[in-house]
Design a protein around this ligand. Sequence first.
Ligand SMILES: C[S@@+](CC[C@H](N)C(=O)[O-])C[C@H]1O[C@@H](n2cnc3c(N)ncnc32)[C@H](O)[C@@H]1O
Length: 303
Amino acid sequence: MRREDNDSWDLLTGVGTTATGIAAARALASKGADSLISDPFARPLVEALGVDYYLKMADGELEGEETDSFDLSVMADGIAVRTQFFDEFFLNATGTGLRQAVILASGLDTRAYRMQWPAGTTVFELDQPEVIDFKSRTLADMKVTPTARLHSIGIDLRLDWPSALLTHGFDTSRPTAWIAEGLHGYLPAEAQDRFLDTITDLSATASRIAIDWHPDLNITSNDRSREVSRSERQRSNGVDIKDPSDMIYLGPRNNIGDYLSARGWQIQTHTAEQRFAANKMTFHHDDAAAGLLRAHYTVATLG
Ligand SMILES: C[S@@+](CC[C@H](N)C(=O)[O-])C[C@H]1O[C@@H](n2cnc3c(N)ncnc32)[C@H](O)[C@@H]1O
């Protein structure tokens, strides 16, 4: 599937499948008493989508099949490290008194339901309308309630999402904790700049942002990842993503770290490999998961 300017999706088509795959990996990563993360809602959300492939992934039941050589624990470990990074970011931000949080490109992120937010915290989450609708409806059906005051906003992040945020009560005078997890590359280069400019404009001094990104997105488009996507295992399970990088806007774009620095953000960046080490986890070298394993993780504070 090649990208188009006004494309949209649900959780089983186009870019939406990435949110589903990530939730399945998060469910798998949450298994076990000593797991780094715990997302009790990831598996039920994947189950509610009703596609066997993703449920098998969530349960780790694709492991050991001989149809291809991709070990799902590579994906699960990468997601565990990434999830822990953004969880810790919110814990630190709220620990310093921030009470307004925005989860951009939220997908099946359940932080607004599973984290213990301090009293008085407002969380906004934004993603495509069908993605937001599915998650909100499914969790409500499960009688799962948000742990903060939650505004879920269905909107395309290439459109006028700041107006939607303001309409839902976002307060520009309050410092905000922003995350954009797993979004890099799904926005075109110029939309990325507008996105970062907008976040900066909406941010009071002392706002923070956490974001994962790649200095060179082209590394995510490689033969190894295509080999795994074309595998019999995926096709026989009803998933047909020929080349995951078709969903990404490749080609030149601004470096996110440099861009934020130039706009007054004090940044700190670590590689995924460093995040694995910080969590005492063994790093994997597998370009099938380059999007996770070769990511950079940046935390930045404004002013
Ligand atoms: C890899 S998923 C990550 C989801 C979530 N942050 C997580 O880590 O579980 C990418 C998400 O970006 C969202 N996304 C990408 N481009 C978008 C756009 N233009 N407008 C709204 N959402 C977008 C997708 O719908 C999807 O939920």
